[in-house]
Design a protein around this ligand. Structure first.
Ligand code: 3HC
Ligand code: NAI
Length: 692
């Protein structure tokens, strides 16, 4: 045994190195050292003729230990033994090394595998270089060895976009040498026996696939066409280019230089925060691990509008049969037609087969009554955003649902406790706030009420996973976390227009900041009437806050956004936004009516006022306890509102800027920083480290 993580055994003349480092068999400290020592041991043993390296549990190596990166960038640690050197030790082995892959060989895992002389895998295995999703590039010669095995176009695709490929695809392009049917270790040992005593090659010496016939230029053009390339995406191409121009050792030096540049960048820190954040939100500190999770095998949805129809699809996609209720046959048919249209378009794009579509459609049963509601495990309400109506619907479903059925509301702003109090079982009521389009957006905001049972909370979190969503638990305040922050963010965007910016300048500045879409265009997408209705229904929430007026005037003119083809912009048939003279004139009118002399506003001011408004509201939410941790706020914004993952989310971004600077700026705008923000700024703290 080399250490607990890497174990050497023998099968006759074949040496077997087995890695044990659950859960993902990462290259944590001790693993690379163990591999190097094992290669040394087998090379020193004259009885051994070939070596097999395999993962001892659910997978081959899924990459470097990402937790180590933060220690390195914060100066707490210097990498003990470089993986790149271990790969050279493997490749320089005098006896052939056969890598036996199952599960996922990702990042440093694939790099380790490529240093072997042969690679075999089971058919279900996947291989990839996903480093770019962490804002870095492969750092153990992945950009140098992969093109030699797979050729430039595939290596570029894998390193620039980070998606893994299947074992079959890896066999076709030369990354794998064989796909093993049956037991992997048995197959790999047999493969090793066949190779024993035969000549073999080092991957680093192979040159035949390195010819560039335009692949590098094509990769650069593709990135440029998409726009807003990340540092790691660009550097992945540069590093692969180095493989075509330099010998292996200087090529690796170039890769190392780019790797360091990426690792120490704010982009990488933001993306690593997002990687762990996505997993951290699944842990609810006050919910015991053993809290029972109830099975959700059948559901009903009330309301087949924009959200109800989408939510029904989400359930059907996860294999759960759905009853979908409407008030009229026309509304029901409209909802079902939307569902059919959406599935048909996915089939047309080749992302779903006709048979799968029929299967999913077959799981959705339209209805105009509550018949069958007494049998389901969970009911999701998605009727209009109106308290009286929601209370009426909850009283009705309370009367028909069986005991132990969970009653969930999709409300985007309303008080979940007030809705729950319309039932005789408020402890079985919870908010499950899907985002539009429900079948696409990954976020599920889960709103627990004052009385929601732990088991109902745990079931909602588990359901999110079952639906392939990321559930984030939040408290019950107006707008919950996401929409409560969205309010001040959009209000600031509108005020900037009132003061002198054009809608295009505001949206452009935030798009350049990295948002998926500018705030005004987002309003057009969601429907300007939605926000207007929220303001009408909840006047108290907006008392004492300076309110912009342009959007109310747009709504009064029947401009609801994309759904009417007109909003802040004019939309063509392909839904492309164009500036519209009506809006320009309206803005000018509003400025005159309100005695505003327009001034030039910089992109910097646009970003700071909108994003700092977001941060300030986030700080209040955190302090008031409606979000569990700042990372929950970050993930809500990254997964539900198109905040750039490479900035880590609004609260992490604030930490990156420095809270003192954020506060100084706010004071210059004449704002009062939220108490928590002021306190952390004064004490040199960070949102990321704060806990109550
Ligand atoms: N390092 C450290 N921890 C990791 C990790 C890694 N590479 N990959 C996953 N984990 C942790 C997760 O944080 C999670 O921890 P938790 O239980 O405390 O929340 C646990 O392992 C299980 O992870 P998942 O919940 O993601 O498990 P899944 O089974 O859903 O997915 C996976 C498995 C596909 C391997 C997925 O975890 C994954 O994609 N991991 C990242 C792979 C990756 O990016 N590898 C490249 C790393 S960078 C690198 O190798 C640089 C090199 O070039 C030098
Ligand atoms: P919508 O107006 O598109 O659909 C509402 C549907 O409910 C209509 O089809 C209506 O006929 C139906 N309905 C009304 N009363 C009913 C009843 N008693 N029984 C059965 N059906 C009934 O509204 P949308 O946009 O789908 O919103 C639904 C809910 O989802 C609201 O609470 C909204 O705040 C929330 N939401 C909306 C989002 C969006 O982007 N549209 C995003 C997230 C949440």
């Amino acid at each position: 045994m080399m250490n607990d993580l890497v174990v050497c055994t023998r099968d006759g003349e074949i040496g077997i190195i087995t890695i044990y480092n659950p859960p993902v068999y990462a290259l944590s400290p001790g693993v690379p050292e163990g591999i190097a020592a094992s290669i040394g041991e087998f090379n020193a043993d004259p009885a051994i003729q070939a070596i097999v390296l395999i993962g001892g549990g659910r997978t081959f190596i899924a990459g470097a230990d990402i937790k180590e990166f933060g220690k390195i960038t914060s100066g707490k640690k210097v990498a003990a033994i470089g993986l790149a050197e271990v790969c050279l030790i493997i490749e320089d082995s005098a006896k052939p090394v056969i890598m036996a892959i199952h599960g996922t060989a990702l990042g440093g895992g694939l790099e380790t595998a490529m240093a072997g002389h042969y690679r075999v895998a089971v058919a279900s295995a996947q291989v990839g270089q996903p480093e770019v999703k962490l804002g870095i590039i492969p750092g153990a010669a992945g950009t140098q060895r992969l093109p030699k095995l797979a050729g430039l176009p595939i290596a570029l695709d894998m390193c620039v976009y980070g998606a893994p490929i299947s074992a079959t695809a890896a066999l076709d392009c030369g990354i794998l040498d064989d796909v093993i049917m049956g037991d992997l270790l048995t197959g790999a040992v047999a493969f090793a026996r066949d190779q024993a005593g035969l000549p073999f090659f080092k991957t680093r010496d192979r040159q035949e696939k390195l010819e560039d016939d335009g692949a590098l230029a094509a990769a650069r053009a593709k990135l440029a066409k998409r726009g807003r390339a990340l540092l790691a995406e660009t550097r992945a191409i540069d590093a692969i280019e180095a493989a075509t121009q330099l010998d292996f050792t200087p090529g690796c030096a170039k890769e190392a230089e780019y790797f360091q540049e990426c690792l120490f960048s704010d982009q990488s820190k933001g993306m690593i925060h997002s990687f762990f954040g996505e997993r951290a939100v699944a842990k609810i500190p006050d919910l015991a691990k053993e809290t029972p999770v109830l099975p959700v095998k059948s559901v009903a949805v009330v309301g087949a509008g924009t959200m109800g129809a989408g939510i029904a699809m989400v359930y059907a996609n996860a294999g759960i049969p759905v009853l979908l209720k409407e008030t009229t046959a026309e509304a029901l048919e409209r909802g079902l037609a939307t569902i059919r249209k959406n599935y048909a378009s996915t089939v047309q794009k080749g992302r779903l087969t006709e048979a799968e579509m029929e299967q999913r459609l077959g799981r959705i049963t339209g209805t105009l009554t509550y018949d069958g509601f007494g049998d389901v495990d969970l009911i999701t309400e998605a009727v209009f955003e109106n308290m009286a109506l929601k209370r009426q619907v909850f009283a009705e479903i309370d009367a028909v649902a069986r005991p132990g059925c969970i009653l969930a509301t999709n409300t985007s702003t309303l008080d979940v406790d007030a809705i729950a109090s319309a039932t005789a079982r408020p402890e079985w009521v919870i908010g499950t706030h899907f985002f539009s389009p429900a079948n696409v957006m990954r976020l599920l905001e889960i709103v627990r009420g004052a009385q929601t049972l732990p088991t109902v909370q745990a079931t909602a979190m588990a359901l999110a996973k079952q639906l392939k969503k990321t559930g984030v638990m939040v408290g019950n305040c107006f707008g919950f976390v996401g929409n409560r922050m969205f309010g001040p963010y959009r209000r600031e965007a509108e005020l900037l227009v009132q003061e002198g910016a054009t809608p295009q300048q505001v949206d452009g500045a935030l798009y350049n900041f990295g948002m998926a879409m500018g705030p005004l265009a987002t309003g057009d997408l969601a429907g300007l009437d939605v926000g207007w209705r929220v303001r009408q229904e909840n006047p108290k929430q907006f008392e004492g806050v300076r309110q912009p007026v342009i959007e109310d005037r747009l709504v009064a003119a029947g401009r609801y956004g994309q759904k009417t083809g007109l909003g802040w912009y004019r939309y063509d048939a392909a839904r492309r936004p164009e500036p519209d003279a009506f809006v320009t004139e309206l803005i000018a009118e509003v400025r005159i009516e309100n005695d505003i002399s327009p001034r030039g506003i910089s992109a910097e001011e646009i970003v700071q006022r909108t994003i700092y408004a977001l941060i300030n509201e986030g700080a209040r939410i955190l302090e008031e306890g409606f979000a569990l941790r700042s990372v929950d706020i970050d993930m809500i914004w990254v997964m539900g509102y198109g905040f750039p993952a490479w900035r880590g989310g609004p609260m992490f971004y604030a930490d990156t800027v420095g809270l003192t600077k954020v506060v100084e700026r706010m004071q210059r705008f004449g704002w009062t920083p939220a108490p928590l923000l002021a306190e952390l700024s004064a004490s040199g703290g960070r949102f990321t480290d704060w806990s109550r």
